[in-house]
Design a protein around this ligand. Sequence first.
Ligand SMILES: *[C@@H]1O[C@H](CO)[C@@H](O)[C@H](O)[C@H]1NC(C)=O
Length: 350
Amino acid sequence: MSFQVNGYNPTSKDFIVRGEDTLSTPQTMAPSLSLLLICLLALYTPVTSKKECGRPSLGDGMDLEGLQRVYSPGDVVVLSCKQGYSPTSGSRTIICTASGQWTKSRLKCSTKSCSFPEALDHGDMEFVDIVYQSTINYTCHEGYTLQGASTIECLHDGQWSDPPPTCTPVTCGLPPIPKYGKIVYDSNERGSCSTNGDWTEPPECKLVTCSAPTDINNGYMNIHDKREYGFKETVRYGCNIDYVLDGPVEIECLQTGDWSIKPACRVPCKVDIKRGRILYNGRTFWIKDFEPNKISHGEVLSVYCMNKEKKCGYAVSTQCIDGNLKIPECFEEPSDKFNDDSLPSEIAQC
Ligand SMILES: *[C@@H]1O[C@H](CO)[C@@H](O)[C@H](O)[C@H]1NC(C)=O
């Protein structure tokens, strides 16, 4: 602190006194001491003469420059809002009145807010508020790495301290190459990059063989050599005429040394009735004219039954399942001297 006193002039014009400097210098000791006394007197004089105002009380978020504790009537003070608060209303100026009271200020300071944060893809955020000094913590889901700041803070200017981070998928470096990698029979084996950034265990290399594939009933294979087969080698099957392939047309030698599931050749069906009409593929046939008497596995045909109460006929369908065609129970085999006109297929349909 320094102060200046006018009117005391030992050698030249104004004399500036700086506490310690002056006191420690012997030549100036005597004038300094008396000067100090004058100063103290000068300071005390106004304190006792008038009413004064104390430091004004400040509302939430308000600020006042300087550290002055005492103000004189007529002193004007401009209030402001602290960092992170913005003025919303009211005059900022207050005046120390003669009664030693401050005039009222209507200034209100409200906390500044930052923008509402956007959701983080593949991650979560944690926050309670978005006002000045609030923080948001960001974390990424498993398998993702956080790029950017994991915590951001709402600053006094209403801006977030950092842009929001992003979560990017974890990447692994080059995978370890398995020992004896060159003799791998399976070139399709893959390692994968796991969520913690490590590779899955590298594969073991072993020679896979499947024994010679076996025939299927009523069908054939596209190969004739009875040898062992290697991993992922395939064999195709086909069925003899009228037989239907059920299952995959191709089998593959699996990693386990077994073949994948073999198909089967499904057997066609004979329509086991002697007389009467059938409905097949939208057309009716007398059974004696149905040549050859055979339908394939999975195919459907109908026979006719009689509704005795209503005296009408109706078609009932049945499906060929691997050589079995179940004739519906309601079907009655006509006698060998049957009259066409009385058959359920020939009369009015229900
Ligand atoms: C953010 O994380 C810190 C440190 O773990 C914790 O103290 C703080 O409460 C968290 N903030 C929020 C808003 O959850």
